[in-house]
Design a protein around this ligand. Sequence first.
Ligand code: PAF
Length: 293
Amino acid sequence: MHTVRTIADVRSMVRLWRGQGERIAFVPTMGNLHAGHIHLVNQARRRADRVVVSIFVNPMQFGANEDFASYPRTLSEDSIKLAENGAHLLFVPEAGELYPRGVAGATRVEVPGISDILCGASRPGHFTGVATVVNTLFNIVQPDMAVFGEKDYQQLLVIRRMVADLCLPVTVVGVPTVREADGLAMSSRNSYLTAEERARAPQVYQVLCQVRGRIQDGEADYAAIEAGAEQALIAAGFRPDYVSVRRAEDLMPASVADQTLVILAAARLGKTRLIDNLPIELKNRQQNPIISV
Ligand code: PAF
């Protein structure tokens, strides 16, 4: 595996591979890699001849009071994992390489609407930071495809919409969430949890499963189900930002007529903000859904 720090070095490597007719898959990350990231790399390898991974803790997607400074940076361990798992090129830019005029002076990519709801409401500007850096990285790497985890479901939809609206020639591949044995979605931020919080953290997944069960059983008062789920998280010591049943295609609030849904949750536990989601398909929904009163 080659490790490079400049745009010019990425371009010359990719040019060489393209000249050989090879297909390129890209996995953008912020490092502190876990089994979920490695699964993305393996999925990328199955689909392309060459796999490019980036590690860049993107300052533009962090709010002023968020964890940019403390975000875990584990480059040596990450490099070993990537090399062992068959990545071909690791791009580790400095901030000045991607933002030559600084973050404040950088041109931005804004994906309106979908960036402002759910996590975007709790983290204003976050998805503009994500869309901007992913667009820049796409322009540098020029991959045939890019692989993202469905754990960050809203991020995945923001990127899909950006790619569609800007006519970017990149196929976006979403990969199902990798979970710990107890159901907790893998995340770099899980390393912030204390032992006691780590034991409680899977309750986010358990609450999502309960919501899915109630909807599959025919309950259709989504507002009541969401409120109950938030109460369950509060009772378990979380500070929920939201639990929400949405249309999977665009994250608009779901009605009983919608069949392809996603249940999303974001909740704080101590200083850690956890997010998770579960897809739900209601093809065989019963004719008379239960409406709670
Ligand atoms: O999901 C992440 O790790 C980041 O948001 C991404 C896509 C690498 C952009 O910085």
